[in-house]
Ligand binder design. Structure first.
Ligand code: HAM
Length: 416
C-alpha cells in the first residue's frame, strides 16, 4: 500500500472541517486588524531562501533542479516570498502594506509530534513602517489570534536581536560568524558556543557577559539591564501593548529566532503543553527587500504554526464539533425516490444543507447513516403521507416525529 510521504498528512473530512473553521477564525482576526490576504507560489527560485534565511533553513530546504535546469525550492516559510512579491509588484502601494497569508511550508526535518515536513503557517507582514507602533500592532494581532482560538496556556516572549547582534560585534566576532554564534545561542547551547567564541579570540569575561545578556528574562523591570536605545524601545513597546490589552508578556533577550533576517524586535509564543516543539508562533522586525532588488524597507511580521497551535488546543481539551447537515431525506419505497430527489432539492434551494439516500437502504439503516453524517433531522418520504401532500420530519436527537405539509417544508429550513 502506498502511504503519504514521511512528515506529511492527509486531512480527512472531520479534521479538515475543524482546520477550516479555525483558519476562518484567524482570517477574521486579520481582517479586523486591517490586513489583506496575499498568496504566493508554493515553490520559488531556491536563491530566494538561500540569500538570507540562515544555516538552519538551508539544511532543511527541499531544493531540486526542474526540467529546465532551474534551482527550485519548496517554500520553507512565507516571509521571503511575500517580500519578493512586494518588490515585484507592490512598490507603489501606499504604506504601510498589511498582508496576511495561510498555506503550507516545507522543511526537511525529523518528523515528530508537532513537527512535520509539510506544515501550515498563518502569518502576516506589515511592510514599510519601522515604528514601535508597527511592532506593537504585529504582536497584538498574534496575541489576539491565540486568544480567538481559545488557547489559555501560552507564553509570549519579546526580545531584541539588535542588542545581541551589537554585543556580538562589540566583543569581536567577525560578521560572517554572527549567524553561527546566534544559532548556538538560539539553542542555548553554551557548551558549544564558548569554545567557538574562544576560537575567535573573544575574552572570557566578554563571553560570560554575552551569555548573561541572553539570560535577561522577566517583566519590564529587567529593561534596566537592556543596554542602549533598545531598552527604551522595548519599554515603549510594552506600554503600547498594555494599552492594547496585551499584558502578559515577558521580556527575554534570549529570543534569537532560527531565521537570519531579523534586525530589531523579535518575539515568540510557546505552549508548554507541547513539550519539545512548543513554539507556536514566531516573528519580529526585519529588512529583506534590498536583497531582492528593491529599496530597503523595514517590515514586521510573524507566523503561527497552525498545526502546532491546533495540537496545543487539543491538549487543552478544546473540542470541535463537526457541523453535520440540516436534513437527511429518506424515501420509504422505490416509488417515491423521484419525489425525494425533488424534496432534497427544495431544501437545498432554501439554503440549508441536505442529503438524500441514494443507496436504497431500509429505514433503520438509513437513520443510522443519517446519524453518522450528523443530520439534525430526517425527512421521511412515504407514499401514504405524500398522497396527503405531507412528509414526516424526525428530530434526530429526540426521535420526535411530526407530519409537515410539503408546502411548508422548505420554509422550515429557510428559517433556521
Ligand atoms: P518560524 O519560527 O521559522 O518563523 O516559523 C513559524 C512557526 O511555524 C513556528 O513558530 C512553528 O510553530 C511553525 N513551524 C516551523 N517549523 C515547523 C514544522 N516543521 N512543523 C510544524 N510547525 C512548524 C517563520 O517562518 C517566519 N517567516 C515568521 C515571520 C513572519 N517572521 C516575520 N514575518
Amino acid at each position: 500500500m502506498i502511504q503519504c510521504p514521511r512528515g506529511t498528512r492527509d486531512f480527512l473530512p472531520d479534521e479538515l472541517e475543524k482546520r477550516r473553521h479555525y483558519e476562518s477564525v484567524l482570517r477574521g482576526v486579520a481582517r479586523r486588524f486591517g490586513y489583506r490576504e496575499i498568496e504566493t507560489p508554493i515553490f520559488e527560485e531556491a536563491e530566494l531562501f538561500i540569500l538570507r534565511s540562515g544555516p538552519n533553513v538551508m539544511k532543511e530546504l527541499y531544493a531540486f533542479k526542474d526540467k529546465g535546469d532551474r534551482e527550485i525550492a519548496l517554500r520553507p516559510e512565507m516571509t521571503a516570498p511575500v517580500i519578493r512579491a512586494f518588490v515585484n509588484g507592490m512598490g507603489s502601494y501606499p504604506k504601510p502594506i498589511k498582508l496576511f497569508y495561510f498555506g503550507q511550508c516545507f522543511r526537511y526535518e525529523r518528523p515528530q509530534a508537532g513537527r512535520y515536513r509539510e506544515f501550515f503557517q498563518f502569518g502576516s507582514e506589515i511592510i514599510g513602517a519601522a515604528t514601535v507602533e508597527t511592532d506593537a500592532e504585529s504582536i497584538a494581532m498574534a496575541a489576539s489570534m491565540i486568544k480567538a482560538l481559545g488557547l489559555k496556556d501560552y507564553k509570549l516572549r519579546i526580545g531584541h536581536i539588535g542588542v545581541l547582534r551589537q554585543r556580538i560585534a562589540d566583543i569581536g566576532v567577525p560578521a560572517e560568524k554572527t549567524a553561527e554564534v546566534l544559532q548556538k545561542l538560539d539553542k542555548k547551547n553554551y557548551d558549544e558556543c564558548r569554545p567557538l567564541l574562544q576560537s575567535m579570540g573573544v575574552k572570557d569575561e566578554d563571553i560570560s557577559g554575552l551569555f548573561e545578556l541572553t539570560e535577561t528574562v522577566g517583566g519590564t523591570e529587567v529593561l534596566s539591564k537592556v543596554p542602549g536605545e533598545a531598552g527604551d524601545y522595548l519599554r515603549s513597546l510594552t506600554s503600547i501593548l498594555e494599552k492594547m490589552g496585551v499584558k502578559d508578556v515577558e521580556i527575554d533577550l534570549g529570543v534569537v529566532r532560527g531565521l537570519d533576517y531579523y534586525t530589531g524586535m523579535v518575539f515568540e509564543a510557546e505552549a508548554p503543553s507541547l513539550g519539545a516543539e512548543k513554539q507556536i508562533c514566531g516573528g519580529g522586525s526585519y529588512s529583506l527587500s534590498e536583497l531582492f532588488g528593491g529599496e530597503k524597507v523595514f517590515s514586521t511580521g510573524f507566523a503561527i504554526g497552525f498545526d502546532r497551535i491546533l495540537l496545543a488546543m487539543e491538549r487543552e481539551g478544546i473540542a470541535y464539533e463537526p457541523e453535520g447537515i440540516d436534513a437527511y431525506v429518506i424515501p420509504v419505497s422505490d416509488d417515491v425516490r423521484a419525489d425525494a430527489a425533488g424534496i432534497v432539492t427544495a431544501i437545498r434551494e432554501a439554503g440549508a444543507s441536505a442529503d438524500v439516500d441514494i443507496m436504497g437502504r431500509k429505514m433503520a439503516k438509513a437513520l443510522k447513516y443519517a446519524d453518522s453524517v450528523r443530520a439534525r433531522c430526517a425527512v421521511i418520504v412515504g407514499r401514504k403521507e405524500l398522497d396527503r401532500g405531507c412528509v414526516v420530519l424526525r428530530d434526530m436527537k429526540t426521535g420526535e416525529q411530526s407530519e409537515v405539509p410539503l408546502a411548508e417544508l422548505a420554509g422550515k429550513f429557510a428559517q433556521e
